[in-house]
Design a protein around this ligand. Structure first.
Ligand SMILES: NC(=O)C1=CN([C@@H]2O[C@H](COP(=O)(O)OP(=O)(O)OC[C@H]3O[C@@H](n4cnc5c(N)ncnc54)[C@H](OP(=O)(O)O)[C@@H]3O)[C@@H](O)[C@H]2O)C=CC1
Ligand SMILES: O=C(O)CCC(=O)C(=O)O
Length: 418
């Protein structure tokens, strides 16, 4: 196993790769490779037993040329400064590739949330919201869910912000529950754009989705919904996994039934419909038509990529492939459809939520899904056109060419260059 890639260096390499297919000067590219600012804070929070525990937390605001900083908040023991910087940078280029009026941000707390009670998590979240208050705002920086956070945490942050500011401003955060101003379709949105990207990719490559074999790594918000919606297209979801391991059935699973099992037991392992159980690395190297990594960064490095046998990879997670893995897969003719398009449904429906909050008017789920489909399919068409016109080596580089150009144009038009 090679040393873990640093996700921030991966982001910078992805930007450099794209710059070779653009006429943008080196100093401009350099500016686009670094966050504008990073908040690092220590949260001192009283635990249920009366002791005080200290948690490190971050918020990176990477680039605001196209609009307010936007991006999720992650709770995970692996959160660190460089990871948050990378995730915030990926948000900039994601929002640009789907052409929604945001920059990029990301935050996180270094914590294993399973080790804490709901009351402790609420106090930790509200403490983070207090630290974030001077930075966030409906036109400044708008957080959202990411790994191990969801509607509950977003509702707490909204409430803390509104209390401190003595206002009602639900658009300060997205991914809330519907009763707190959340949008229909936000919970499903990341999995939905993953499905739409897979559908368009199969169409572009002249492959049949009906009966295609699919493996999905990670069975949280992004992974399980992607599995469900891809199954609804007629594909065969033969393997799924979570942090406990992977389950496999050659004839395919009903993703909803696997989810019920996970809700009951905490894991996909032990599922009654599985023929075999194996490791996550075994899942990632299955001979399938479509592989959907939907867990964390660096799932496939250069070494593991040598064993990947999927024909098409659609990234629901952020940064699941290292740049070395990209190089290997390009040489083996595996098509990789990148995170900054495939998982952009989450932030796109967050944008719809923010628009609805500002209008004080709710859209139907049907309208949300129609608008999302239009944005993702337009972005997909634009991506493959750029891939073909520029001769970029893969879809990721083509996506960065589209996105970087949009950020550069916004900055140029604001008259900021000397
Ligand atoms: N939520 C959103 O709206 C968006 C999420 N994303 C990205 O999608 C990815 C997943 O996020 P999300 O679904 O929200 O997070 P969740 O917390 O809902 O789910 C994460 C899933 O990944 C699994 N997992 C964690 N570590 C591993 C591992 N080493 N091997 C296999 N599975 C693992 C978890 O397992 P277990 O269940 O056992 O804990 C869980 O099933 C992240 O990269 C995130 O940044 C991107 C865009 C938007
Ligand atoms: O919904 C959002 O604003 C951001 C979601 C997110 O964190 C991501 O796309 O990685």
């Amino acid at each position: 196993m090679s040393e873990q890639a640093n996700p921030f260096e991966s982001l910078q390499e992805q930007i450099d790769d794209a710059s070779e297919y653009m006429s943008v000067s080196d100093d401009v590219i350099e500016r686009l490779k670094h966050p504008e600012r990073v908040l690092e804070t220590n949260l001192s929070v009283e635990m249920d037993d009366g002791d005080v525990e200290v948690f490190k937390a971050f918020r990176s605001e990477f680039n605001g040329d196209r609009g307010p900083y936007k991006g999720g908040i992650r709770y995970h023991p692996g959160v660190n400064r460089d990871e948050v910087k990378a995730l915030s940078g990926w948000m900039v280029y994601k929002c640009a590739v789907v052409d929604i009026p945001y920059g990029g941000g990301k935050g996180g707390i270094v914590i294993e949330p399973d080790d804490y009670s709901e009351g402790e998590l609420e106090r930790i979240t509200r403490s983070f919201a207090k630290e974030l208050r001077p930075f966030i705002g409906v036109d400044k920086d708008i957080p959202a869910p990411d790994v191990n956070t969801g509607q509950r945490e977003m509702n707490w942050i909204k409430d803390t912000y509104e209390t401190l500011e003595n206002t009602t401003e639900p658009g300060v955060i997205t991914g809330k529950s519907p009763d707190s101003g959340g949008s229909a379709g936000r919970v499903e949105a990341t999995g939905r754009s993953t499905m739409l990207t897979a559908r368009e990719a199969f169409d572009y490559l002249d492959r049949d989705m009906e009966g295609a074999s699919v493996a999905v790594q990670g069975y949280g918000n992004a992974g399980w919904i992607a599995a469900k919606l891809i199954h609804e297209l007629g594909a065969n979801v033969v393997a799924v996994s979570d942090s406990s391991g992977a389950v496999y059935n050659e004839d395919g699973f009903d993703p909803v039934d696997v989810k019920s099992h996970k809700n009951e037991t905490g894991s996909v392992t032990g599922y009654h419909g599985a023929d075999e159980e194996f490791s996550n690395d075994d899942l990632l190297t299955l001979d399938v038509d479509l592989l959907v990594p939907a867990a964390l960064e660096n799932a496939i490095d250069g070494d593991l990529a040598e064993d990947v046998r999927a024909d098409v990879v659609v990234e629901a997670a952020n940064g699941p492939l290292t740049p070395e893995a990209d190089d290997v897969l390009r040489d083996t003719d595996t098509y990789v459809f990148p995170d900054i398009l495939a998982n952009a449904g989450g932030v796109t429906v967050s944008y719809f939520e923010w628009v609805q909050n500002r209008q004080r008017f709710s859209w139907t789920e049907e309208r949300v899904n129609e608008e999302l489909e239009r944005i993702i399919t337009d972005a997909f068409d634009n991506l493959v056109e750029t891939y073909e016109e520029t001769g970029a080596p893969n879809m990721r580089t083509a996506a960065y060419v589209v996105a970087i150009q949009r950020v550069v144009d916004a900055y140029d038009e604001s008259g900021n260059w000397p």
